[in-house]
Design a protein around this ligand. Structure first.
Ligand SMILES: [Zn+2]
Length: 462
């Protein structure tokens, strides 16, 4: 006996057609019209789209930052993601200077194992350019991690210099890895931040004002040039501004394999959110910061025109109460990040598809298929095909809901999309054949998620 998803419209990154889907065990076995209902459990998908489950290429669960730890761990974070239609997350295992990459990976596997409710894979960050670290990269690729992130920001913490970035690019080029970059000029930010604090500028909005858009534009441009010299592909995470997105477009016009990711918060929040009274602006303290409103339309059109290629949440949650408050008198001490994994799909559906700008296929490409390809999970994940994992999202395009921290499924007291009404939400979510969400009800299980090894990076044509 299997599960028959009946009467829906199947949407992949390339095709749209009416069909039933038969799941047996953990995989899709048959796709076809009017499949025999037999003794199968029948799931009603009438009036709904049937998508491959979302792949969130950018989460931070159970992550230490600025003297505290994210509010969501792998259980609550993946639960929120699953309730929003995501069936795989790719989280960042943080390397520590002087330590081995293997230790970082082991640590993060332990955080996720027995907790995650959906499948997960890992990126590794690179904290130093020692020969030992570089020599470990091919071993990590063999162990199932195909992407390595370098930070140009967060001076004295995660920051690495251009020498380390360049070496990482060369090693990844030869070994089948993809370098990811957090592109903001950390040196300049450090200087401006100190000056602002010395002048008594302490409110949340100064977080954004001390990280001007030029810092992101410059660093993005520099990272792309470094990748160009190295002859390596590059993936720019969380592009927040037109200036950074333009640098990526320029690189692509030169024929470079450079890719960009943006996130829901940059499409619907804007600088004025930092000016909310009673320290509420702290909710929006994340990096790069939320920009002036006009950037939203530019990012959205770049997604539509495939000049940005991937849609991640950059979920990194901290409670306002007790965590964000650490920076009550000093914006630089506010933990950076926001809870966005649950609403990632709903936001892009609302501003991208409901607005008429993009097709449901493009939505699937950005939220699932492209991330699966970048991070070595395709075609096991990221599409609906016979033999693929039965990670399936039955999406009700007409159902409305209003986003709120009171009703979301993440373990955090705030939501940057609070009060926003979105049309389109999951009806059912399946993770390897098991239903994990039935409308508003979580039906999954703690620890059901499995670690997914990424295949080595292959050039992605998007
Ligand atoms: Zn991040």
């Amino acid at each position: 006996m299997g599960t028959l998803i009946h009467g829906g419209t199947v949407v992949t990154a390339t095709d749209t057609y009416d069909a039933d889907i038969l799941i047996e065990g953990e995989t899709v076995v048959t796709i076809g019209k009017n499949l025999d209902k037999g003794k199968h459990e029948v799931i009603d998908a009438s009036g709904a789209f049937v998508f491959p489950g979302g792949i969130d290429p950018h989460t931070h669960f159970d992550m230490p930052f600025g003297g505290t730890v994210t509010a969501d761990d792998f259980e609550t974070g993946t639960r929120g993601a699953a309730m929003g239609g995501t069936t795989t997350v790719v989280d960042f295992a943080l390397h520590t200077r002087g330590d081995s990459l293997q230790n970082a990976l082991d640590k993060w596997k332990e955080k996720a194992s027995g907790k995650a409710v959906i499948d997960y894979a890992f990126h590794l960050t690179i904290a130093d350019g020692r020969d030992e670290t570089m020599a470990e990269i091919p071993k990590m690729i063999a162990a199932g991690v195909n992407s390595f992130k370098v930070f140009m920001a967060y001076k004295h913490v995660l920051y690495v210099d251009d020498e380390t970035i360049f070496k990482t690019l060369q090693v990844c080029r030869d070994a089948g890895g993809l370098v990811q970059v957090h592109a903001e000029n950390g040196d300049v930010i450090e200087v401006i931040t100190k000056q602002a604090l010395a002048e008594g500028k302490t409110e949340p909005k100064w977080h954004a004002l001390t990280r001007p858009v030029e810092c992101e534009g410059e660093a993005t441009h520099r990272a792309i040039r470094l990748a160009e010299i190295a002859g390596a592909p590059l993936y720019v995470v969380h592009v927040s501004s037109a200036m950074a997105a333009d640098a990526i477009s320029d690189g692509r016009k030169r024929g470079l394999p450079v890719y960009g990711e943006t996130c829901p918060q940059y499409l619907v929040c804007d600088f004025t959110d930092y000016e909310r009274p009673n320290f509420e602006g702290a909710k929006y303290v994340l990096s790069p910061p939320i920009r002036e409103k006009w950037n939203q339309g530019v990012l959205l059109r770049k997604l539509k025109n495939m000049e940005l290629h991937s849609f991640g949440s950059d979920h990194c949650s901290f409670n306002l109460c007790g965590q964000k408050e650490l920076g009550k008198n000093d914006f630089s001490k506010i933990p950076n990040g926001a809870p966005t994994a649950e609403d990632r799909l709903a936001i892009l559906w609302q501003v991208g598809v409901n607005s008429g700008l993009m097709s449901p296929n493009q939505f699937v490409a950005l939220c699932s298929t492209n991330p699966a390809k970048f991070f070595g999970l395709f075609p096991r994940k990221g599409t609906i095909a016979a033999g693929s994992d039965a990670d399936i999202l039955v999406w009700d395009p007409k159902k409305k809901r209003t986003i709120s921290a009171k009703t979301h499924h993440m373990n955090v007291d705030n939501n940057v999309f609070e009060g926003m009404t979105v049309e389109g939400r999951p009806r059912y979510v399946f993770s390897r054949g098991k239903m994990v969400a039935d409308g508003d009800k979580f039906t999954g299980a703690k620890g059901a998620g499995k670690h997914q090894k990424s295949a080595r990076y292959f050039p992605v044509s998007v």
